[in-house]
Design a protein around this ligand. Structure first.
Ligand SMILES: [Zn+2]
Length: 395
């Protein structure tokens, strides 16, 4: 059935805002986008008075299986104490019988209510793949590998071989080089994207530069230190490039502590970057060089990360925080990260913009008195108090 959705403001993302715009859809796909006068009479009319219409949002990085540990995300912001937070998280997971699936499903419901159509979800438990099954939010689950010592890396390799799931590596500081390479080769053979935490904290860079810093003590205390570890003597992005891990299917999450040369490297390899401003703020690890990455032409998405390092899972809040951290960023640029940029990060080009042939995953945000000129400013500065509803959802 052909339907015409009309609203005072339509934001296609890949084209300028449309005043008194409309979206023509049929059977879950967008047929045409333009001024209402052009699409009038082409299908059953649905008038969305006082609303802004835009594509549903993409959350490029979340760990749904940690949702039951949300109390950790309520703590006071830290001052770059990454190992302290990881220690607390590991201890809480050890003590807790809950596998996180019930809270994970509720967290997914919350994301859906706020207009999220897709997420890239990272988990350590194979059963966490079930959290998103049958949910209206499309969940791409990745089973995450850990293994810094040769023995734990060998165990992870065996796990990967047995698993049917899409797998990924946690981070350069928690994976043996052999494991990083094997996980990426496996991802390539399945034509899947490869999300990996990269350069999140200064401590990670210290470990890679000369094997020193808080991560060394952290790994030693837990018996995970590897005496044969030969520090690559460079930053995380350079290290991954030497291992040939960077390409347009690699999604580097965080990228806070990277150099100008590494920004050029990410751009040259067409690697994608997911920013997590809310989590970075909570863990006090610093701010990513967003403007420089923008200027280099890197595809940027936005992610909430988990409730264990963020007080809420809200893409609207991530946009607000990103603008607060980087006031020079144009609102339209920030909104594009939460939509089209995220879709590109997830290799899901059928979402993220209003254009013919794209999925009709459409949301409305209620905003009386908003004009085409200030709609993106309003959407990216309001945070999670917006009134969002689904207009249409492709199945
Ligand atoms: Zn994460």
């Amino acid at each position: 059935m052909l339907q015409v959705h009309r609203a005072p403001v339509v934001l296609p993302i890949s084209a300028p805002p449309i005043i008194d715009g409309a979206i023509l859809t049929q059977d879950g796909a967008i047929v045409e986008v333009g001024p209402f006068v052009r699409l009038r009479g082409r299908g059953l009319l649905q008038d969305h008075e006082g609303a802004i219409l835009l594509p549903a949002l993409i959350n490029s990085h979340v760990h749904l299986e940690l949702s039951h540990l949300a109390v950790l995300g309520q703590r006071q912001p830290r001052q770059g104490d990454m190992t302290g937070w990881i220690g607390e998280l590991l201890a809480a997971r050890r003590r807790c019988d809950d596998d996180g699936s019930t809270a994970g499903r509720l967290a997914l419901d919350v994301l859906h209510e706020q207009g999220v159509a897709r997420v890239a979800d990272i988990g350590n438990l194979p059963e966490s793949a079930g959290i998103g099954e049958g949910h209206p939010v499309r969940v791409h689950f990745f089973l995450e590998m850990l293994g810094f010592t040769p023995q734990s890396a060998a165990n992870a390799l065996a796990r990967m071989q047995e698993s049917q799931a899409d797998c990924t590596s946690h981070a350069p500081y928690s994976n043996h080089a052999r494991l990083l390479v094997a996980a990426k080769l496996r991802a390539n053979s399945r034509n899947q994207i490869f999300p990996i935490h990269v350069a999140e904290s200064r401590a990670e860079i210290d470990l890679l530069l000369d094997g020193s810093g808080p991560f060394r003590s952290f790994l030693e205390e837990r018996g995970f230190w590897d005496d044969s570890f030969d520090p690559p003597g460079c930053g995380a992005v350079t290290y991954l490039d030497r291992l040939r891990l960077l390409d347009d299917k690699t999604l580097c999450v965080h990228c806070v502590h990277i150099t100008e040369d590494e920004i050029a490297l990410l751009a040259a390899r067409q690697a994608r970057v997911c920013l997590c401003p809310g989590s970075n703020r909570k863990l006090g690890v610093g701010r990513a060089p967003v403007e420089k990455m923008m200027r280099a032409g890197i595809v940027l998405g936005l992610g909430t990360d988990s409730l264990a390092s963020n007080p809420q899972l809200s893409m609207w809040e991530e946009m607000r925080l990103l603008r607060q951290d980087h006031p020079q960023l144009a609102p339209a640029t920030v909104l594009a990260m939460a939509t089209r940029g995220g879709a590109q990060c997830l290799a899901a080009g059928e979402n993220g913009e209003l254009a013919p042939g794209r999925r009709a995953d459409l949301i409305a945000v209620h905003a009386q008195g908003i004009t085409a000129g200030n709609a993106d400013d309003f959407l990216t500065s309001a945070g999670r108090n917006l009134q969002v509803s689904w207009v249409e959802e492709a199945r």
